[in-house]
Design a protein around this ligand. Structure first.
Ligand code: GLN
Length: 194
């Protein structure tokens, strides 16, 4: 069974660990470079991407994260995690860095403010059994993507789920719904890479 880390600097770490368990994978929190080195894949949770980026730098994790992603470690980011996996942010806060890896430009808070958060049924390519309940909380959308990327889902005229090789990102939070299909999809990606 692959070991899947959850980047545990900030955000909804516990929910992702539970979703991984629900998906039949083994999840463990990752806070230190040694812990990162020991996992087969990594989930980057929802939360706040500027804070996450600053903590990753402070914990000496940003470069190790970039190296592992460059070397082919599968990674899945939800919401703030999607922003962390984007090569470029349209409207970065000052000092905000990303891990990168997915050739896309994302727009932060694109669907509006916290009180404009919403849920919507989203059809995701590669996920069988009907639409996924998309929970959008100050969610980013994908402004544009490069040639190597695959858009797996769209909502409101924008891509909200993207895959590039072993990297997966969603604007929404499947970890908050009790539906573990997206985590199962990612666990299968990790298994396939191993
Ligand atoms: N708006 C947040 C950010 O910019 C993301 C919100 C979320 O992860 N729910 O990081």
């Amino acid at each position: 069974m692959p070991e899947i880390g959850v980047l545990a600097l900030q955000g909804d770490v516990r929910e992702h660990l539970d979703a991984l368990t629900g998906a039949g994978a083994r999840g463990r929190p990752v806070r230190r470079p040694e812990e990162l080195a020991a996992v087969d894949g990594l989930v980057i949770p929802g939360g706040e991407s500027t804070t996450m980026s600053k903590l990753a730098t402070a914990f000496g994790l940003l470069e190790p994260l970039r190296e592992r992603v460059r070397a082919g470690m599968p990674a899945y980011g939800s919401c703030a995690g999607m922003i962390m996996l984007a090569d470029k942010i349209l409207d970065p806060r000052s000092g905000q860095e990303t891990i990168g890896g997915i050739d896309m430009i994302v727009r932060r808070n694109a669907f509006g403010r916290q009180n404009e958060s919403f849920e919507a049924a989203v059809e995701v390519e590669g996920i069988d059994g009907g639409p996924v309940q998309g929970v959008f909380i100050r969610a980013p959308w994908v402004e544009s993507t490069g040639a190597g990327t695959l858009s797996l889902a769209r909502y409101g005229g924008h891509s909200v789920a993207v895959r590039q090789g072993g990297l997966l990102a969603t604007s929404f939070h499947p970890e908050l719904t009790g539906d573990h299909r997206v985590h199962r999809y990612f666990a299968d990606m990790v298994r396939a890479a191993g």
